[in-house]
Ligand binder design. Sequence first.
Ligand SMILES: Nc1ncnc2c1ncn2[C@@H]1O[C@H](COP(=O)(O)OP(=O)(O)O)[C@@H](O)[C@H]1O
Ligand SMILES: [Mg+2]
Length: 613
Amino acid sequence: MQKSKKEPASPKTGFARLFELAMMKKPLVIGSLILSTVAAVLSFVPHISIYFIIHKVIEALPDVSGADAGYIIRWGWIAFAGAVGNILVYFAALMLSHLAAFGTLYRLKVEFTSHLARVPLGFHVLVGSGKLRKITDENIEKIEGFIAHQLPDLAAAISAPVLLCALLLAVDWRFGLVTMAGIAVGLFIYARMVGNEGYQANMDRYQRALEDMNNATVEYIRGISVVKAFRQTVYSFRRLYDSIKQYTAWIIKYTLQMQNGYAAAITVVQNVYLFVMPFAILIGAGVARDNAAAFSGFATTALFYLVLAQAVGGVIIKVIYASGTMMQLTGNVDAMDAILAEPELYVHPDPKPMGGCDVTFDNVTFSYDKDKEVEALSGVSFTAKQGEVTAIVGPSGGGKSTIAHLIPRFFDVSGGAVLIGGTNVREIDPHALMDNVSFVFQDVYLFKQSVMDNIRMGDPSASDERVYEAARDAQCAEFIEKLPRGYQTVIGTKGIHLSGGERQRLAIARAIVKDSPIVVLDEATAFSDPENEHLIQKAFERLMKGKTVIMIAHRLSTVRGADQIIVIDGGRVVQRGAHDGLLLQGGRYGDMWRVYTHASSWRLSKIKGANNG
Ligand SMILES: Nc1ncnc2c1ncn2[C@@H]1O[C@H](COP(=O)(O)OP(=O)(O)O)[C@@H](O)[C@H]1O
Ligand SMILES: [Mg+2]
């Protein structure tokens, strides 16, 4: 909503945005980063202690028994304290980072879901619940993992090498340089691979291929009953099959392309001693020749570097892994931000009451795409009067459902206006608008709750009596009473099956309870069989009494008695009038009527023929 105080979506992208998100709980995160750095420093204490111990031992050579035992034991304890301290401090760092991560997770989820509640309803139709679920459940959860684990590791991984480099150079700058050169070679190989312009593009492609495959899988599983019923194989689900093949082909190519660089980088970094060793041997040979007395000191230093080089490599590897995860994460964050950037439903700061219940389309134009290249509706004008039935008919894809969706503002018009009682729907309080419009669509969504609650959804304050009455009016009472637990039967539990027509009538009962002055029916009779149709018609009669009714129907028999019939084709009004008048005019409606009556008589004669034969 315009008046809400939500911060605007951040203009930052990529890593900058990721860090911005991570810093939502700044004190906790910074505390965790500091502790994690301290832990990393402590982790080197054992290595350094060993250096001092070895130094003492070598000093005492060849008679080791003469070494200063007290000194050695003291360093032994220091090494132990360093190791234990490292564990404890790291644990504390993770505690803080988890507190920060879950706090951030909570805030992001609340922000994201409340944004979803404020975008136009049609947005949900366009995007689909699968994608939104993935973002709330997976993308946002991964941000939690990043803050809780990768971020503290990263802090350690960046600060520790800086300290180490200083240490490496301080003890013996020649060894320091060699060790750092080894690491630099590894990082160079890695950077060349990552910096390669194809890499990021490949990463994106990988994500997309994975997403495609996931979507196709979900679709396949949803439709599995149909597949089984029609004895289809997996090959019939072309999309799933193709997406798996595509993913496989691509991932193999990608992996082969990456394997050498990646393996080389990791191997070099993990085995820096390969650089230190030859250097140590070369220099050591020189020292032994020129100044034998200095050799023991030299050997200690060489040993120190061999031990430490390994520790440095381990830390650097963590940076490499963390950077890989971060690259994936930025994609996740981008997907979340794209949704957060979706404009919210405009709410007029000073809403006006509806002036009545006539629904008017005034020269309405509408496009689904943002560039407004294809118009789903062009210059549509008509008025549906209160107390009358206005039917909308026309070929599939003509724009009938789009008209229905514009009345309760699933979408806002691109041009012209939708008015209720003379007031632009954009100026009406959205809650009031929802209270005044009921719709029954072809797909009836029933909640996994009792029949009673499902009907009462139309008006949560309705008494049991009113629910029973609505069920009777909607011709539901009979089948509901046959359910195992009557009105308390929970829909969706095992063994409870409602037919399409029954679901439809439940939706009508819901609308009767709601009792709003404007009723929109979009192909609400689509599921009815001849026996059901009669019941649904009776249910409608009760629902429509005294209301502004906009009825979309493909079965022309249902609209025959409408006060006004609007014929829509290609997003335009091509004819309007009552049934008889339209038939006299000929044109589109006449054609449709002839096709329709021909089809139904054909169906009838087929049935009769079958019965006779
Ligand atoms: N969610 C959507 N996104 C993009 N285009 C759509 C969407 N829904 C409908 N359209 C397009 O708008 C036009 C009108 O569709 P619709 O109103 O559903 O027709 P009808 O209900 O008469 O069959 C069609 O060309 C259709 O492809
Ligand atoms: Mg439709």
